[in-house]
Ligand binder design. Structure first.
Ligand code: IPD
Ligand code: CA
Length: 280
């Protein structure tokens, strides 16, 4: 089952089913705000994330006899007798904390590939579940936002740029000190809390770049956005400027720099590298 299959139609059906199944959440249905519920270990209860994953699996199983699910929630699950012919990589809810807190920025991310590698992804969807905005892409066919072709920013000076930088607590001392020169040079810095969607903002020029050098993000978060970025004509590399490749596996962690154009990309890499070299 390859690119000729109506993948985008099926991925949109998955998105609709996720929306339907999480619509009971008070912060989504516009009911009075409640405190987020905490589990025994102090973590937010994950049931809506699992429900979103179930929505995706149930929808896929209506259309596909066999596939391997690679999910941030349940890990790797095989369905049917030939699971090595089709891989579906998903983060059912990217931006869970935003969703639980009622911050309107969270997404469903789904990528389809013939192998469990980033480079073999051929169909992808990232759906902003709050704003009813959907990004899709198919290999060699470009990327779209609500069905309109998208292209990245051509702004080539950091002094006017809007750049996303993930500083979510993890090795914060090293990460923040390495990003300091970039933050100093950049006019506007953001972190909105759902990295798949933030990469789509680079793909359609809403922002000029997005940087996550923590080594914490899972490939499940970016499998779909990676195709959307590449097909839109944006650039993504490792923080050292090497080609960005990864296995699709919830245990695999990544670091990257994504930008709208070469000039900004080189400028960002140089600022990040300069700090790394100083520290060596
Ligand atoms: C999170 C978001 C967030 C990033 C975290 C991710 P999740 O995804 O993408 O922006 O800083 O590292 O884990 O946990 O909500 O799927
Ligand atoms: Ca998630």
């Amino acid at each position: 089952m390859g690119e000729e299959f109506p993948w985008i139609k099926i991925l949109l059906e998955c998105r609709d089913e996720v929306r339907r199944r999480i619509s009971f959440l008070p912060m989504i249905s516009n009911k009075p705000t409640q405190q987020p519920r905490l589990g025994a270990g102090g973590d937010l209860l994950e049931q809506p994330d699992l429900e979103a994953e179930k929505a995706i699996v149930d929808t896929l199983r209506k259309h596909l006899a066999s596939f391997t699910l690679i999910s941030e929630e349940s890990g790797i699950l095989e369905y049917g007798s030939t699971p090595d012919k089709c891989y579906v990589t998903t983060d059912p809810i990217d931006g869970s904390t935003n969703m639980y807190r009622g911050i309107p920025f969270y997404a469903t991310s789904i990528a389809v590939s013939k192998e469990p590698t980033l480079k073999s992804v051929h169909s992808a969807l990232v759906a902003d579940l709050h704003h009813n905005v959907v990004y899709t892409s198919q290999k060699d066919k470009g990327s779209t936002r609500n069905e309109k072709r998208i292209f990245p920013s051509q702004l080539d000076t950091l002094t006017e740029a809007v750049i996303g930088a993930d500083l979510n607590t993890y090795r914060v001392d090293q990460v923040s000190s390495r990003l300091t020169p970039l933050i100093r040079e950049t006019k506007h810095v953001r972190h909105l809390g759902a990295n798949a969607l933030e990469l789509c903002y680079v793909a359609d020029g809403t922002t000029d770049a997005f940087v996550d050098i923590r080594g914490k993000l899972r490939t499940t978060d970016i499998a779909a956005a990676h195709l959307i970025l590449n097909e839109a004509g944006a650039i993504i590399t490792t923080p050292d400027g090497d080609p960005f490749q990864a296995r699709l596996d919830p245990r695999q962690r990544v670091s990257f720099v994504a930008s709208g154009n070469k000039k900004n990309h080189q400028a960002i890499l140089k600022l990040i590298r300069a700090k790394k070299e100083q520290e060596c």
